[in-house]
Design a protein around this ligand. Structure first.
Ligand code: GDP
Length: 195
């Protein structure tokens, strides 16, 4: 994808009415601090347009980034941030579910998991929500540069088993440091979901 322009067009909080967009949407979900903002910046060729925070849990909104006025990258709220009240967590969860359930233009959902760690209970719940809404999530294994090359296959197996992935599910290892995986993600979006 040649990025000509990007624009944070809509920001939705827990009480917002979600936009009825006419262009395709590609959504990104993941635990806070997994590297979601870094990934979205890398996809948009921007350094810090999507917020990268030292404090996890800051993204409490759904952010719609318009790309070339032809599609949206949709940044879903990061889940699993310990310092947030149970009530807040439930509200974010409801917002994410509402989005997955009601977005007519949603074409694909990418779920981000840190390649270093076994998936958490929240990761499994998120995966299941996405599947329950009729999507076949693609997994992005983030922070690839933090493990040795020799560990990659083993960690992918840990993700596959930990999430009980549907056989055939694609896992794309990604690093926002080296940008490895970026082109593969765009190729997949363009070839499989934008036509
Ligand atoms: P978010 O909360 O999911 O949006 O995560 P961020 O993109 O804000 O990243 C959280 C932290 O992880 C930041 O300190 C990032 O610099 C770091 N980080 C994100 N992606 C990578 C990566 O691919 N490699 C490394 N080494 N660090 C990363």
């Amino acid at each position: 994808m040649v990025i000509k322009n990007v624009n944070l067009e809509t920001v939705c909080g827990i009480t917002s009415v979600l936009p009825k967009n006419t262009k395709p949407e590609i959504a990104f979900a993941g635990k806070s601090n997994v590297g979601k903002s870094s990934l979205i910046n890398a996809l948009m060729n921007r350094k810090s347009y999507a917020r990268i925070s030292a404090t996890p849990g800051k993204t409490q909104t759904i952010n719609y980034y318009s790309i070339n006025d032809e599609m949206y990258l949709v940044d879903l709220p990061g889940y699993g941030y310990a310092k947030v009240s149970e009530q807040e967590k439930i509200k974010w969860g409801q917002l994410i579910e509402r989005y997955l359930h009601s977005s007519a233009q949603l074409k694909a959902v990418f779920l981000l998991i840190d390649i270093r760690h076994a998936p958490s209970e929240n990761d499994r719940i998120m995966y299941q929500w996405i599947v329950d809404q009729g999507f076949h999530p693609i997994i992005i294994a983030t922070k690839l540069d933090k493990i040795k090359r020799s560990q990659v296959q083993k960690q992918m197996k840990v993700l596959r088993e930990g999430l009980k992935l549907i056989p055939g599910t694609t896992i794309i290892p990604f690093s926002s440091q080296t940008k490895q995986g970026r082109d593969e993600i765009w190729d997949m979006v363009e070839n499989q979901f934008l036509n």
